[in-house]
Design a protein around this ligand. Structure first.
Ligand SMILES: N[C@@H](CCC(=O)N[C@@H](CS)C(=O)NCC(=O)O)C(=O)O
Length: 204
């Protein structure tokens, strides 16, 4: 039994894409940012009061990269664990830490003073982006020659970054995102979340 707690305008889109890739049946509980996401029933699942969260047979997993890794490992038949496990873990954690916070701080207009770069986990936005850029010059995907959950995670970050201008539209980034953005599982996930978004806009 798999249940996704999410909102259609959230990082939960990544988890829904992953669930569609896995192909197992799952339930969705859409939460409202102001009310159900902060209610005791949900805070018992994720005390952060944030989405996404996944409950699998009574066990809770939160944090997108943890959920994606958990699903890839729990359903290995989907072939999304990454052929190169070292690369898989390396880039999954790079995405969760340095990349996410380089992008978030860029969006917030927060710059790391150069003198403090050694203290901040991502050093600088520029160094983080260069590192990601160079990583994409290797095999077709981050953990080998086929798509895996780490591509879904970093690809999603790149896709959103390109859309919102927080990642530069360099060919390595646009071609990487182009390699995965039309996967049938992603298109199904987008359609499901977009339908919920439309429903919220109409009915509140
Ligand atoms: N580190 C978390 C971030 C989760 C997160 O910040 N979710 C946002 C939506 S994308 C949220 O639920 N915000 C609601 C709030 O904080 O009130 C993850 O990777 O899953």
């Amino acid at each position: 039994m798999l249940k996704l707690y999410t909102h259609p305008m959230s990082r939960g889109r990544m988890v829904r894409w992953m669930l569609e890739e896995i192909g197992e049946s799952y339930e969705t509980d859409y939460l409202d940012y102001a009310t159900t996401m902060k209610a005791p029933a949900y805070l018992a699942i994720n005390p952060m009061g944030k989405v996404p969260a996944l409950v699998h047979d009574g066990r809770v997993v939160t944090e997108c990269p943890a959920i994606l890794t958990y699903l890839a490992e729990t359903f290995p038949q989907a072939g999304l664990r990454g052929d190169d496990r070292a690369a898989f873990l390396r880039w999954m954690f790079f995405g969760a830490g340095p990349l996410e916070y380089a992008i978030v701080n860029r969006a917030l207009g927060v710059d790391v003073p150069p003198a403090k770069a050694g203290f901040v986990g991502y050093g600088s936005y520029e160094r983080t982006i260069e590192t990601l850029h160079d990583a994409l010059a290797g095999p077709a995907f981050l953990a080998g020659d086929r798509f895996s959950a780490v591509d879904l995670y970093l690809g999603s970050q790149i896709g959103y970054g390109l859309q919102f201008g927080t990642i530069p539209a360099r060919p390595a980034f646009t071609s990487y995102w182009d390699r995965m953005k039309d996967r049938p599982a992603r298109l199904r996930a987008v359609a499901l979340d977009d339908a919920e978004l439309a429903r919220i806009k109409t009915h509140g």
